[in-house]
Design a protein around this ligand. Sequence first.
Ligand SMILES: [Zn+2]
Length: 543
Amino acid sequence: MNRITLSLLALCAVFQACSSKKPADLLVTNARVYTADSSFSTANAFVIKDGKFLAVGAADILAKDYDPVTTLDLKGAPVYPGFYDPHAHFLGLGQVLDQADLVGASSYDEVIARLQTFQREHPDNTWLIGRGWDQNDWSDKTFPTKEKLDAAFPNAPVALTRVDGHALLVNSKALRLGQVTAGSRVAGGEVLLQNGEPTGVLVDNAMQLVKRILPRPTLADKARMLKNAEKACVALGLTTVSDAGISPDEINLIDSLHRTKQLKIRDYAMVSLGEPNLDYFLKRGPFQTERLTVRSFKLYADGALGSRGACLRQPYTDRSETKGFLLLSSDELARVTKLLYASNFQANTHCIGDSANHLMLDLYGKLLGGKNDRRWRIEHAQIVSPNDFQLFNRYSIIPSVQPTHATSDMYWAGDRLGPVRVKSAYAFRDLMRQNGLVAFGSDFPVEAPNPLFGFHAAVARQDAKNFPAGGYQMENAVDRKSALLAMTRWAAYANFEDQLRGSIAPGKQADFVVLDRDIMTVPNKKLRDTKVHQTWIGGERVH
Ligand SMILES: [Zn+2]
C-alpha cells in the first residue's frame, strides 16, 4: 500500500468513528454524580440532549459513544439532581426580597444607610418598605422616632416593620398619607405619642392605618418579584418549587412568564382553597406544562404552634385554657376532600397540631380506604399522636415536612406541648418509615430558602449555631441518603413528577446542581456553608 491508500484508510476510520457516534448537546465529565436513582448509584459523567439526560455512566465509555457540542469538565466536583422545595411560598419570597432587609442592623443610622442603598437599587418604588429592625440591637434601646427618617427621606413615604411584626416605624410623609394624627384611635392598637405628636411608631392594630394604604402590587410588580425569587432560588440549587397555596391569577402569571421564557424554575402549584378557585379548577381539571403543574389544592386545617393556633387534642401545657382551634370545620374539610377525591386533584392539608393531624388522617382514610396512588399529603405533620403514625402507611399518605421548623421551634415547643407530646413532634424519621419516604421543604419565606439548611437540620438536628450539641431529639434524625432523596426523587414523587425528574437517569429532564463540597461526606458543621457552583434546568445553565 502506498502512502495515499494508508491515509485514505485512516480517514475512513475517522469517518466511521464519527458516524457511529450519537449526537448530544453536552457531555459532563470528571464529576462525582449522585444519581439518586433506585440503587443510589454514582457515576462520573452524563450526556444531555434536548433538555434531558441521554446517558449516565463512565466518562471514557460515553466519550466513545457520543459526539457532544460542548464538554464540561467538572474537575471532580459533586453533582446532584436539582433540588426541590416541596413546600414553599414562591411569590412570598419575592415580596420579602422587594423590601429592605433591616435584620441585624446595629443602629438606627445603619437602618437609614441600608434604606438609602435599597432606594438606589429600587429607583421605581414609590414607597420605601422594610422589615426586621430591632432597637434591642442598638445602644439606645428605646423605640426610635420618625425624625431621622424625615431628615433622610423627606419626600418618599417609609414604612418599616419591626422584627416581631408587632410595630411599624413610619416617617411624616407616611403619617400624612395615612391620615394618622395624635387623635387616631384603633382598638387593639396604639399610635405612640411624644409631646402630643405621633412619634412614627404604630403598634399592633394601629399598623393598619398605614398598611392599608400601601400600594398593592401590580401584575408587573408581581412579575418582578417572581423573577427575583427565582434568582434567589436557583442560586441555592433549587430547580422546582412547590407553591403551597396560590391563586388562579398567580398561576396564570407564572404560566405566561414560563411561556415567554422570563421564568425558568419549575413550579408545582397548589391551588388555594376557596369556592371560586375550587369551581374553576374542578371544571378545568389538572393541567401540566413542561415547567408548571396544577393538580393539587392546599387546605388549612389549623394554625401555628408558636401563636397557639395549632389544634391539639389536649390543652396547651403553657396555657391550660386552650387547645387551639380548627380554621375550617370538620364538616367543611370533609366536604372539600370528598370533592377532591371525586376529581383527579391531590389534597395537601396544613396540619400542625395532633388533633388536626388526627382529623385529616381520618378524613383522608375514609375516602382513600387503604393503599392507593392518590399521593395525598399532610403538610407539616408537625405533632402526630403515637398511634396515628401508622395511618400514613395504611392510606399511603405522604408527610411533607420542614426540618428547619424543628430547629427553629425547639427552644419553646416543649413549653407548648410538655415533655411527652413533644417526643412525637418533628418526628421525621418515624414519618419516613411509614411509606419509606418523606418530602423535605423549607416553607420559605417563613424559614430561609436554602435547602441545605434543611438538609443539615434533618441529619444533625441542629440550628445554624450547631445547637444543641449532639442534636435535638436525635431519634428522629435521618441519614444523609434519605435527606438527599427527600429533597430530590421523593419530593418529585410527592408531586407526581418522579417519572419526569428528581434523579439523574436517562430520559429524565436535565435538572442538576454542582456544589463546592460533597454533602454526603463533609462534616455536619460544614454543610450550611456549602456553595452552589452551578444550577441547570432542562439542560440550560441558570446559575
Ligand atoms: Zn406554608
